[in-house]
Design a protein around this ligand. Structure first.
Ligand SMILES: [Zn+2]
Length: 285
């Protein structure tokens, strides 16, 4: 797939997306202060990326706090049966207990900074939280920064294993963001439900966001923990054909991140959540 090439589609981006896209007309009117993050704001999050695993969770929390979360909004779910993995959880209650999970892993592996994999996901997650925080939503949004994805989806598997069987049906869908930053937003086919792929394509087309599919061979991400429990899920990424020379290596540095890729991933996920919020919970099963 082609690399992010501004000549080909920045013009479309500028003319198609400069204006805030209302999540729903009613909600936008009720919340005139709807806060859509700008490409410059997204870019500024890569000025300093915490490069060691120990510093990642505090840094995620600090970013979310800066973007509007209160201390009382955070919950750390620790799972002793999963080697003490910790997920950071924030909930935005909606009118109904039906849930949409928005997730991204915060851990990293290898000698690099984990800027692409997956500080980009944390940045998108935090800015989604800021924008959606002010919205009146039908469904409840569950934001999760997952621990130890790189060790076998440990945090996400721990989370889904803790959902009581009778509550599984209240989980309408899960959007996972893993490794934006190298190219246009894409769906990882082998990590995603077909129903949500169709939604992503539809939303991307309606927003004039360049978009494509790709199978990332031999790998999985936190969405797979949800599809294994029959919860519809999708992974959005922004990798190019050279991703294997960046991810999990010393080369995974902030300098590799194209902020426009992260911005578009954030905008795509935002509009997908808005659509899901207005759609019956079982529509994607
Ligand atoms: Zn990853």
């Amino acid at each position: 797939m082609p690399k992010l090439d501004c000549l080909h589609w920045c013009r479309r981006l500028l003319f198609g997306l400069m204006f805030p896209i209302a999540l729903s007309p009613g909600a936008a009117q009720e919340h005139p202060g709807l806060r859509i993050s700008t490409p410059a704001e997204i870019a500024s999050e890569f000025a300093s990326v915490p490069c060691d695993n120990a510093g990642r969770l505090p840094a995620v929390r600090a970013m979310l706090t800066r973007l509007g979360a209160q201390d009382s909004d955070f919950r750390i779910d620790r799972f002793d049966a999963y080697d003490g993995v910790e997920n950071l959880v924030l909930i935005l209650p909606g009118e109904s207990p039906e849930k949409i999970v928005i997730g991204a892993h915060y851990d990293k592996i290898g000698d690099g900074c984990g800027a692409v994999d997956n500080w980009t996901g944390q940045v998108a997650l935090a800015h989604l939280y800021r924008t959606l925080h002010g919205m009146q939503l039908k469904k409840t949004l569950v934001f999760v920064a997952f621990g130890r994805e790189e060790n076998g989806l440990v945090g996400s598997r721990a989370m889904v294993s803790a959902i009581p069987h009778e509550q599984l049906a209240s989980y309408c869908a899960m959007i996972n963001i893993d490794s934006l930053g190298l190219a246009r937003p894409q769906v990882a086919d082998n990590m995603s439900s077909r129903t949500l792929e169709r939604l992503a394509v539809d939303v991307a087309n309606s927003m004039d966001i360049p978009f494509s599919h790709v199978t990332i061979g031999g790998s999985a991400s936190d969405s797979n923990a949800f599809t294994a429990k029959k919860i519809p899920a999708i992974t959005l990424h922004g990798l190019d054909r050279n991703w294997m020379h960046v991810l999990h290596r010393r080369e995974d540095q902030a300098s590799k991140v194209n902020p426009m890729s992260v911005y578009l991933g954030y905008r795509l996920a935002l509009s997908m959540v808005a659509r899901m919020d207005q759609t019956p919970c079982d529509a994607y099963r």
